[in-house]
Design a protein around this ligand. Structure first.
Ligand code: MG
Ligand code: MG
Length: 261
């Protein structure tokens, strides 16, 4: 299967990516101390279905929910539950949609109320590393250029990169080849070509890189219990630069309005 998408396919993927972005903005409105993660999941599911799409994760490899919601030391793949968010938590919300035969996939780590300055720094550095990676998503560069840009930024800040979970290509399937690791060497790996659509998604731990899977069979956590952050955007490789299909703009508009209240 070719990993190059046509312009028409990219436009359908953009629709998916924008719906994911809007769903995360809807979620942003409800991130408050006291809301349970399963309530957040229901809000997202309703929003996606109301917009004529299906939750991309629901049933994927048997995943039972719409969102992956990963709190504090959970890295990714957290299951929505009766847990109620608390002031000071950080919560990573990963969302996928499927519409017109294609997928969209993005994630954002939210602060619940006021968080510690060290947690704030982790979120900032992780998000920055994503944009450093995106800057490398240009025809003629290599996967390793993206990987290295992410890794070097967060390691400079004293954080560590999860190795076992990686970004990926996306299209008619959620996870397509090639993978997009968050660690690697400049100039190594597959050459990027215009029309490749990739999900760049740094998963960054405040402490050590090691992770384990919880007994629930899904939730990935840091072994040392340190906080972990996760941001993800869907990006089409372009000749002169990346075409970022999903966006944090809607989310951040919601968050900025909250700050003024
Ligand atoms: Mg994702
Ligand atoms: Mg992904």
């Amino acid at each position: 299967m070719s990993n190059i998408k046509t312009n028409e396919e990219i436009e359908i993927m953009r629709e998916n990516a924008l719906l994911v972005s809007m769903t995360l903005a809807e979620v942003a409105k409800h991130i408050e101390p006291g809301i349970s993660t399963s309530e957040i999941d229901k809000i997202a599911e309703r929003y996606i279905r109301d917009h004529g799409a299906e939750p991309g994760f629901l049933g994927y490899n048997g995943f039972p929910n719409t969102l992956c919601i990963s709190v504090n030391s959970a890295v990714v793949h957290g299951l929505p539950s009766a847990y109620r968010l608390r002031e000071g938590d950080i919560v990573s919300v990963d969302c996928g949609t499927r519409m017109k035969g294609f997928y969209g996939d993005s994630a954002y780590t939210f602060a619940v109320g006021k968080i510690s300055p060290s947690a704030e720094k982790l979120l900032k550095a992780t998000k920055e590393s994503l944009f450093q990676g995106i800057a490398q998503a240009v025809e003629g560069k290599r996967i390793g250029d993206v990987s290295c840009a992410v890794q070097s930024h967060v390691e400079k800040c004293g954080y560590s990169v999860v190795r076992e979970m990686v970004g990926h290509s996306i299209g008619r399937k959620m996870h397509e080849r090639p993978d997009v690791p968050n660690y690697g060497r400049r100039g190594q790996g597959l050459k990027l070509r215009s029309g490749m659509v990739i999900c760049i998604e740094p998963m960054i731990n405040m402490g050590k890189k090691d992770i384990y899977k919880e007994r629930d069979g899904w939730t990935i956590k840091t072994t040392d219990g340190s906080l972990s952050a996760h941001y993800e955007l869907t990006v089409a490789v372009g000749k002169n630069g990346a075409d970022v299909l999903s966006t944090f703009e809607f989310i951040e508009k919601v968050l900025n309005n909250k700050d003024f209240k």
